[in-house]
Design a protein around this ligand. Structure first.
Ligand code: ATP
Ligand code: MG
Length: 557
């Protein structure tokens, strides 16, 4: 899946080619794009792709990008969403030229409608939505003209004015473009331009009770802003004809629409409507739950802006829809965090280990690199003592063939500290191993080792007396099927019930200095970010991603 996409990226970065051609030919001296979210939810990874494309184009070629809130539907919109959208775009590393709202153009759009009516190119229709649907025809049969279509300009102007002034109830009338009820493109069969909706708008309040439809707001807003390249997703390709028709008939700035394929990630949903339901129905803790594919969820999970931009670059721009493997997103964040994240040792499933030849009550300091990939990150101190904790899975009573960790008689190195040898272990009445007893090898301390002993395994560990208890949240995919949208029934039936495990981890003291949002590599366990739920007494960490792709491993087995 990944390789196929990379091929596409090379041959199909067609939008950049178009822009370059337009600048070279002198068609434009400056390009203007816009990112047009509807403020009815939080931005998700699909939007990230559109953000990178729109802002990326104007960063690369001379130009700028407007942030335009497509707030023409009064009932679903909210200022909370507006703020989150702005916050997420800035966090991604982009800055818009102008912050604009389609609702700011309501007066102009109303004037545009008057222009169309005056030219005999729009009419007020008294049909119900059912009647309109019935008259529309099918892709193979033409639609039918109704009696309202032949209304005079004067009558239309008067009725439209009355629609605006609140005389008619919701749904009783619409304003429609007068194009061609037999047009081969169904969207050109007298599309609705305005509908009546007595609803409060988050910005215009109760000023309006008629609201423009998407098709009568989007292209017109583009034209008002002199957007040169209006980029949208493929499902709008059939709308382009109407987009061009309206611009031509209104004689306004000729913006052009270009389409690219929506980006879908496997094992998740990227539809604000569905994500809203997960939030409202309590399947997740909120829009920024670390399992959510929202930008705010990814941020909280520990994703970096660089990793998301890298992901968007790698998937590139495609002309046909496809499913992107979430593994690629995980790969991108591993790449980035490997360079940046400080290393810390945290034991997630502890087993007590006693070093019988190390004195009781003594603490010895060991030193280890904060990040072997970045010498400038320096070293940290790690306390070592007689009782330490290792992972349960790092000891085996009867080791299998390729097991290079601890087992009776075997040696391993404790990372940054000594080589130890396992002498014995203790079991409880249930047969569970409760303690491993070892001796440490003198002169084997990391960096000062003169023993010449070669060990195959290195374990992470913490000193039991110095360990800090932290809450660790381990995440798995939110959905257990690859293509959620293609499954039958309710998408919520496919939620993975095992998507969150909360455990206690035992951390080396240096982890206590973590800042909110800071990322760490917990040695051998993955990358983790400090969660805002942390308090002074209890730190909380989210696992961003494991060090390797566990799913790929599981699939191989
Ligand atoms: P949703 O179905 O999640 O509500 P939308 O397309 O309705 O998505 P908008 O807020 O209208 O969301 O989208 C803002 C911009 O982001 C649009 O230009 C849209 O085409 C783009 N966009 C939305 N989802 C995706 C996606 N999955 N892949 C690429 N671009 C997307
Ligand atoms: Mg939309």
């Amino acid at each position: 899946m990944i390789t196929e996409d990379k091929k596409e990226e090379k041959s199909l970065n067609f939008i950049e080619e178009i822009v370059e051609g337009d600048l070279q030919s002198g068609k434009y001296t400056q390009i203007i794009t816009r990112f047009p979210p509807e403020p009815n939810g939080y931005l998700h990874i699909g939007h990230a792709s559109s953000i990178c494309l729109n802002f990326g184009l104007t960063n690369k070629f001379q130009g700028y990008t407007n942030l335009r809130f497509d707030d023409t539907n009064p009932v679903t919109e909210d200022t909370e969403y507006v703020e989150s959208i702005k916050n997420d775009i800035r966090w991604m590393g982009f800055e818009w030229q102008n912050e604009l709202y389609a609702s700011d153009y309501f007066d102009t759009l109303y004037e545009f409608a008057i222009t169309l009516i005056s030219k005999g190119l729009a009419y007020v229709d008294d049909s119900t939505s059912e009647e309109i649907a019935a008259q529309k025809g099918t892709p193979t049969e033409p639609g039918k003209d109704n009696i309202y279509r032949s209304r005079s300009v004067e009558e239309n102007l008067a009725l439209f004015e009355e629609m605006k002034s609140g005389k008619f109830p919701d749904g009783s009338r619409t304003l429609r473009a007068k194009i061609d009820m037999a047009h081969i493109n169904m969207l050109m069969r007298d599309p609705i331009l305005y509908r009546i909706k007595h609803a409060h708008h988050h910005r215009t309040g109760n000023k309006w009770c008629i609201y423009p439809m998407y098709d009568f707001a989007h292209g017109q807003s583009d034209a008002i802003e002199h957007v040169t390249h209006s980029i949208c997703t493929l499902e709008f390709a059939p709308h382009r004809e109407l987009y061009d028709w309206l611009i031509e008939k209104l004689g306004i700035y000729p913006s052009h629409q270009y389409e690219f394929a929506r980006r879908n990630l496997n094992y998740t949903v990227t539809s604000k409507r569905k994500l809203l339901r997960l939030v409202q129905e309590g399947y997740v803790s909120g829009w920024n739950d670390p399992r959510m594919p929202t930008i705010s969820g990814l941020r909280r999970r520990g994703y970096t802006p660089e990793s998301i931009r890298d992901f968007c670059d790698r998937i590139g721009v495609a002309k046909r829809e496809n499913m992107i493997d979430v593994g690629l997103l995980e790969f991108c964040v591993r790449e980035d965090l490997n360079k940046k994240a400080l290393r810390r040792m945290v034991v997630l499933d502890p087993l007590k280990l006693v070093i019988t030849n190390f004195p009781e009550g003594v603490t010895e300091m060991c030193h280890s690199e904060n990040n072997p990939e970045d010498i400038a990150a320096g070293m940290r101190e790690i306390p070592f003592s007689r009782e330490i904790l290792i992972e349960k899975e790092d000891f085996m009573e009867v080791p299998t063939k390729k097991y290079f960790r601890l087992a009776p008689g075997k040696m391993v190195r404790l990372k940054g500290a000594y080589i130890i040898q396992c002498d014995d272990f203790v079991k409880d009445e249930n047969g569970e191993i409760t303690e491993v007893r070892c001796t440490y090898i003198e002169n084997s301390k990391s960096g000062q080792d003169t023993t010449g002993i070669n060990v195959k395994g290195t374990l992470h560990w913490v000193s039991a007396a110095h360990a800090a208890e932290v809450e660790v949240r381990l995440y798995d995919r939110l959905f257990s099927v690859e293509n959620v949208a293609s499954e039958e029934g309710d998408f919520k039936d496919y939620i993975n019930p095992e998507s969150l495990h909360i455990i206690t981890g035992y951390a080396e003291p240096a982890l206590l200095e973590a800042q909110e949002g800071e990322s760490f590599q917990f040695l051998r366990k993955g990358y983790f970010a400090k969660d805002p739920d942390s308090t002074e007494n209890k730190l909380v960490f989210n696992r961003t991603v494991t060090l390797r792709d566990n799913w790929a491993k599981a699939a191989e087995k």
